[in-house]
Design a protein around this ligand. Structure first.
Ligand SMILES: Cc1cc2nc3c(=O)[nH]c(=O)nc-3n(C[C@H](O)[C@H](O)[C@H](O)COP(=O)(O)OP(=O)(O)OC[C@H]3O[C@@H](n4cnc5c(N)ncnc54)[C@H](O)[C@@H]3O)c2cc1C
Ligand code: FES
Length: 251
């Protein structure tokens, strides 16, 4: 993990309320798919956690939805040439075992962004079947990156783009034909619960969780989540990626 002052290369809108921020770090950073960074936004004591979408040497891209005051400031106040404090890479990330050849990727909303890094990392050596869901056409983004998959299904809640429905529904419509060896997922809790109900325990599946964070490095316990069986884990340090059967998604 390094703490660095990165230089903003680009910060542009890519969909309704969604921005893509590319910055250069002071040194190349090795990043595993599914890892994240903590960005320091001027005026806010707590850094904001964002998944790393793309990493090439010193060049890192994150994509974010403007949600509250921190991300609003990020969208308005940081342009090319500005510097931004960053802590990265953080968390465990996704691992795909050598024998797992067919990988199903299931993402919803901003949960699609860490999965872009999975697709970029594994598209050459694995068969990637991606199922990604957005609220509506205006939120659809990253299609160029998602199309690296062997097969891509985009869904929208209202049917205004791609297939009407959810990413989990699209996965389940295809699961008998595709027979994935492993499922990697990130998205809102209801989506992860639906995934757990549909495939939990039947196919190996790993999910990236989102929790409010303080330090991002395992020290403050702000991000603790419940595991099945009553144990607890820090999402920032022990996760954010967990075995779907091990996390309690009802807590
Ligand atoms: C590991 C991880 C990866 C993430 N990756 C992405 C991503 O790639 N793209 C994206 O758009 N969003 C991502 N998020 C969610 C993102 O961190 C929040 O949307 C963001 O912190 C909101 O900040 P804010 O100041 O705009 O909102 P405010 O509500 O003003 O924030 C107040 C505080 O709550 C925290 N907070 C608010 N919502 C969340 C949330 N959903 N998750 C965690 N902390 C939150 C903020 O960090 C801040 O400390 C990720 C969260 C985690 C934990
Ligand atoms: S955010 Fe501090 S322990 Fe996870």
């Amino acid at each position: 993990m390094i703490e660095t002052r990165a230089t903003v290369l680009e910060n542009v809108r890519i969909a309704e309320n969604i921005y893509s921020l590319t910055f250069a770090t002071e040194q190349p950073v090795p990043v595993r798919p599914g890892q994240f960074c903590m960005l320091g936004v001027t005026g806010f004591p707590l850094r904001r956690p964002l998944a790393i979408c793309m990493a090439e040497g010193e060049r890192i891209t994150v994509c974010y939805q403007v949600k509250g005051r921190g991300t609003e400031m990020l969208a308005r106040g940081y342009q090319r040439g500005h510097t931004i404090p960053v802590l990265l890479p953080l968390g465990n990330g996704f691992f795909v075992r050598q024998e797992e050849k067919k990988v199903a990727v299931v993402g919803g909303g901003v949960g699609v962004f860490p999965l872009v890094s999975v697709i970029r990392a594994y598209a050459q050596e694995k068969e990637i079947f991606s199922y990604v869901g957005f609220r509506t056409r205006a939120a659809v983004c990253m299609q160029y990156e998602l199309q690296r998959s062997k097969e891509l299904t985009v869904t929208t809640d209202d049917g205004s783009f791609g297939k009407r429905g959810t990413a989990v529904q699209a996965l389940m419509e295809n699961i008998g034909r595709v027979k994935p060896d492993v499922i990697l997922s990130c998205g809102p809790l209801p989506m992860l619960r639906a995934l757990k109900n549909a495939v939990g325990g039947k196919i190996p599946a790993f999910v990236s969780l989102e929790e409010r964070m303080g330090c991002g490095v395992g020290a403050c316990l702000v991000c603790v989540c419940s595991l099945s069986g009553g144990a607890h884990a820090r999402v920032c340090k022990d996760g954010p990626v967990f075995d779907l059967t091990e996390v309690d998604l009802n807590g």
